[in-house]
Design a binder for this molecule. Structure first.
Ligand code: SAM
Ligand code: SF4
Length: 351
């Protein structure tokens, strides 16, 4: 078992398979994109599988593929098939901007992908085009529909809420989750990247988003799935929330989920800035070039590639992974009031 110095069990690995993307979201990438790493620098699929096998030996059972945009890397279906076929994989998911999902949903599902998170920051096609610098909203909708049709479950929608950009659409997203069986997740905007678009004025705490939702809807709390963390009810929430006994399923992360009465979907909040869930963080991250990161916001990385390419033994790989787990910081220090930015690029680390 992989346990860090703060007694957190690591059972989840996020694997970025590319730093390239077919979008240029205003909060994630500069308009001209980032200098892509050479193809030789990216881990090959067989190398990723080797790393995953070693993680499984150490008790990690849940894997997510991300990017950049993972669906633009050739042969993604074969990678999913390979990972899904490994003994010990209990959960295999993907984070995507959804543009190519229409084309890939069925074959990914057949290859063994369980579920998918799709980023969608606006329900207005022109605004979506503006935020993503060119994305086709209707193409993402087709991707969402395909994901639901082929039975990827749950389908989660990631919405980064940015004041003055898309915060007027919060209720539209809640309405979407009433009629469509999707889990809408409102994500706090994080100060990532050097010359980032982030400013404190654009930041909206989840509590404020939730208050806006509560002005129109009541929210039923769902028991939380995440390992070891306090449930929504334990977190001292208002009596307006009604507990619901049916178990919430499938998630590895920091989201707290709710349901508006009668809705087929759910609404979640990811409050990485205002309510650090670092004390129950269960993950490591592998960058596309094969570097292990112990925290999204810590810059220290442990390079697995030399060991993978220069005949390193399984034992050597295991030691590097254990070293990454040991280097996991207790938490991050970012605060919404600060003007400082985290140095890493979301598109390179995979979110
Ligand atoms: N390209 C894929 C996508 O957009 O879903 C996967 C990679 S993307 C880096 C992963 C997630 O990170 C997306 O949901 C995106 O919205 C989120 N993200 C990127 N920059 C962010 C920021 N500054 N604050 C919060 N979330 C961010
Ligand atoms: Fe690409 Fe995802 Fe970043 Fe948007 S958020 S630019 S889709 S990596």
């Amino acid at each position: 078992m992989l346990i860090d110095p703060y007694s957190r069990v690591i059972d989840y690995l996020r694997i970025s398979i590319t730093d390239r993307c077919n979008l240029r979201c205003i909060y994630c990438m500069p308009p001209e994109g980032l200098e892509p790493k050479g193809r030789e620098e990216m881990l090959r699929y067989e190398e990723i599988e080797r790393v995953a096998r070693e993680f499984i030996q150490l008790g990690v059972t849940r894997f997510r593929i991300t990017g950049g945009e993972p669906l633009i890397r050739k042969g993604i279906t074969e990678l999913i098939r390979g990972l899904a076929g490994l003994d010990g994989v209990e959960d295999l998911s993907l984070t995507t901007n959804g543009l190519l999902l229409d084309r890939y949903a069925l074959e990914l599902k057949q290859a063994g992908l369980r579920r998918v998170n799709i980023s969608l920051d606006s329900l207005d096609s022109e605004r979506y085009h503006y935020i993503t610098r060119g994305g086709d909203f209707h193409q993402v909708l087709r991707g969402i529909r395909s994901a639901l049709e082929v039975g990827l479950n749950p389908v989660k929608l990631n919405v980064v809420v940015i004041r003055g950009v898309n915060d007027d659409e919060v209720l539209d997203f809640v309405e979407l989750a009433r009629t469509l069986p999707v889990w809408v997740r409102f994500i706090e905007f994080m100060p990532m990247g050097g010359e980032s678009f982030w400013t404190p004025e654009k930041f909206i705490p989840s509590e404020e988003v939730k208050e806006r939702v509560l002005e129109r809807y009541s929210l039923e709390a769902l028991p939380q799935w995440s390992s070891g963390g306090p449930s929504a009810l334990e977190q001292g929430l208002s009596p307006a929330f009604h507990p619901e006994t049916r178990s919430a399923m499938v998630g590895n992360g920091p989201a707290i989920y709710w349901r508006t009465p009668g809705a087929v979907g759910r609404v979640g909040f990811i409050s990485s800035m205002t309510q650090h869930s670092c004390h129950r963080c269960n993950r490591l991250r592998l960058t596309a070039e094969g570097r292990l990161r112990s925290c999204l916001l810590a810059d220290e990385e442990i390079d697995l590639r030399p060991s993978l390419r220069e005949g390193g033994t399984k034992e050597a790989l295991k030691r590097l992974i254990e070293r990454a787990a040991r280097s996991k910081p207790p938490g991050h220090q970012l605060s919404p009031a600060g003007r400082s930015h985290a140095r890493g690029q979301m598109s390179a680390i995979g979110g």
